[in-house]
Design a protein around this ligand. Structure first.
Ligand code: SF4
Length: 339
């Protein structure tokens, strides 16, 4: 597919009282036009920091993007990291839009839903109030909120959690963005509503031909909607592939551990459901070898010494793990783990 966004060698660090924390450590990826890319990992893996970097939403104070590395975020051939705050503000919400976990924190509680959608439309388009009003109703209908005209006059507290998330999506899509970044869009919702919102995102993605980056800790929610999955750990991408490659042919111990903690697909690997033990490493002093080594059941001596090379397994799958080395002992590994 044709690329719409490309992140190159992204490095982000934050100054903390204990020292510099390297939240994102050399992340590379691209997003194709009209695809859904899921970025998956535990909290603190750098997935949200990466999406905030794309949106220009990282706090200026105490944050270094790039630093001594040459980091780029290319959108339409231009580097978003070189844009001014004013330029980013006009891109955000029009060309690249976002929805977050908790609509209550992003919706204005004192403003009617309709006015909030209209405000977003009027901010980026030179149209009359009447036209914006009409388009706001269309947006509410698009996200399947019944009685849209009546709902326009209501306040966020009069909406249920699922309806609020739909209203957020309406605001985010009001300017027909080319890229939508959805960060844990369903985490605060119950399971049935989660599935409905995911289906809605997928439907709208097709209808509006947007590209979507879905950021989540939960591999389960992206299984049916994503085209590709990128797994992050401790500020790096450790594996990526199509949904089938990650779910059925994952070769990385961390991705496999994440998969094992997804209830629905446990039978695929014939392993019992478990939750991942241990915690991700401290990114103030990142380990010099593989960051997953302290928690990895397959860890070898070399894993703690040197970061593994990225092995290209197919046109779409890549994995960074020492188990791919020709000399690694593969005798104890499950069959579908080594290709
Ligand atoms: Fe485990 Fe070693 Fe692979 Fe890291 S490189 S995931 S420690 S086997």
């Amino acid at each position: 597919g044709e690329q719409i966004l490309e992140v190159k060698n992204l490095h982000v660090s934050f100054k903390t009282y204990a020292g510099k924390s390297h939240a994102v450590r050399g992340v590379d990826f691209h997003l194709n036009k009209g695809e859904i890319l899921a970025i998956v990992g535990e909290s603190g893996c750098g997935k949200t920091v990466t999406s905030k970097a794309i949106l220009g939403l990282l706090p200026k104070e105490n944050t270094t993007i790039g630093g001594s590395e040459n980091s780029e975020i290319l959108f339409g051939g231009e580097d978003l990291l070189k844009k001014s705050e004013k330029e980013m503000a006009s891109i955000r919400g029009s060309k690249i839009s976002m929805i977050f976990q908790d609509p209550m924190t992003s919706l204005n509680p004192t403003m009617k839903i309709g006015d909030q959608i209209m405000e977003s439309i009027l901010l980026h388009n030179n149209i009359s109030k009447e036209e914006a009003h009409k388009r706001a109703i269309e947006m509410l209908e698009l996200v399947k909120i019944p009685n849209a005209t009546e709902r326009m006059k209501q306040y966020p507290f009069e909406f249920s959690g699922g309806m609020r998330q739909r209203a957020m999506i309406a605001i985010a899509l009001a300017c027909k963005p080319e890229v939508l970044i959805a960060d844990e869009p369903t985490t605060a919702l119950d399971v049935t509503i989660q599935a409905q919102i995911m289906d809605l995102i997928q439907e709208l993605q097709k209808e509006l031909n947007m590209a979507v980056i879905l950021v989540t800790h939960d591999l389960g929610v992206v299984a049916s909607v994503a085209d590709r999955i990128q797994v992050m750990y401790a500020g790096k991408v450790v594996e990526r592939g199509t949904v089938d490659e990650i779910f059925y042919k994952s070769t990385h111990p961390y991705s496999r551990a994440l998969l094992k903690s997804v209830p629905k697909i446990t039978n695929i690997h014939k392993e019992t459901l478990y939750s991942l033990k241990g915690t991700p490493p401290d990114l103030i002093n990142p380990p010099k070898g593989c960051s997953f080594a302290p928690r990895c059941e397959y860890g070898m001596m070399i894993c703690r010494e040197q970061y593994p090379r990225t092995e290209v397994l197919s046109e779409t799958q890549e994995s960074s793990c020492w188990l791919h080395h020709p000399k690694a002992d593969k005798s104890g590994l499950p069959k579908n783990m080594i290709q």
